[in-house]
Design a protein around this ligand. Structure first.
Ligand SMILES: Nc1nc2c(ncn2[C@@H]2O[C@H](COP(=O)(O)OP(=O)(O)O)[C@@H](O)[C@H]2O)c(=O)[nH]1
Ligand SMILES: [Mg+2]
Length: 241
């Protein structure tokens, strides 16, 4: 049996985390979950801590950081935790129900024959609901731009519903990831591709968050555009021996 870990980064997800965990364990009961919380002001971590000691004992873990350090470093901390504990496959997903847990069994099926499985909004059968036109253009445009600059045969480069085999994370060395914001997902996929791992996109319908606030902003977006250029220029550095 392969050991599976799902990492969920949280910042003010008090209303989402408990129902989300219930759904996750309904679809994939065998999985372990690590929540990386940045000391959310709404005390999301308290709920997780409580659940990890009671109904989800030994299958739910909490990594609490001292303050809001960003989504990218939250995942890096989670990846390192998962590598140390020798999980075979390590997934990332958002806490806000944008990433529907019903797709989880498909990810774990596909990862048997791939090295990275990406939940994709921009292949046939995939899509987005509840997003305004601006957000749609930013997201799809961001993927097209990155695809073109980096020469990647992948349709959805900015989504964060992804499943890696541990070997990939070890090879690309997650501690060397440069991005912390929106480009974090692009960088992970780019380095995976450059190191000749097998990448598979599966269609997902992405739903905008049910409750709480999005952390997307103009600054994050601009940082991402520049980071993609930087990634292209440093291409040779990312191909590991
Ligand atoms: N630990 C941690 N989680 C974060 C941080 N920023 C965002 N998140 C979480 O990352 C996920 C995606 O964030 P979200 O605001 O939904 O971004 P959007 O979907 O692009 O609008 C959610 O689960 C957030 O709670 C952060 O600085 N630290
Ligand atoms: Mg979201």
């Amino acid at each position: 049996m392969i050991k599976k870990l799902i990492i969920i980064a949280t910042y003010n997800e008090r209303d989402n985390i408990e129902p989300l965990l219930a759904k996750i364990y309904e679809y994939v009961p065998e999985v372990n979950v690590l929540v990386v919380d940045d000391s959310s002001p709404d005390k999301t971590y308290e709920i997780v801590e409580q659940l990890s000691k009671t109904i989800y004992k030994d299958k739910l873990f909490l990594l609490k950081r001292s303050g809001k350090l960003g989504l990218g470093t939250a995942y890096v901390a989670g990846f390192n935790w998962g590598i140390k504990c020798e999980y075979d496959v390590i997934m990332e997903m958002d806490a806000d129900f944008s990433h529907n847990p019903k797709y989880l069994p498909q990810f774990f099926e596909e990862i048997k024959t791939s090295d990275l499985v990406i939940g994709s909004r921009y292949i046939g059968g995939g899509g987005v609901v509840n997003w305004g036109i601006i957000r749609k253009i930013i997201s799809q445009g961001g993927s097209m731009y990155s695809r073109f600059i980096l020469g990647l045969p992948i349709r959805d480069l900015t989504g964060g519903f992804k499943c890696y085999r541990r070997e990939v994370l070890e090879k690309i060395n997650v501690n060397e990831l440069m991005s912390n914001g929106y480009s974090f997902q692009i960088e992970g996929t780019y380095k995976t591709f450059l190191n000749r791992f097998k990448i598979k996109e599966i269609p997902i319908i992405f739903e905008d968050r049910r409750v709480g606030q999005s952390k997307m902003s103009g600054g994050i977006f601009l940082e991402a555009l520049l980071m993609v250029l930087k990634l292209r220029l440093r291409r040779a550095d990312f191909i590991k021996k």
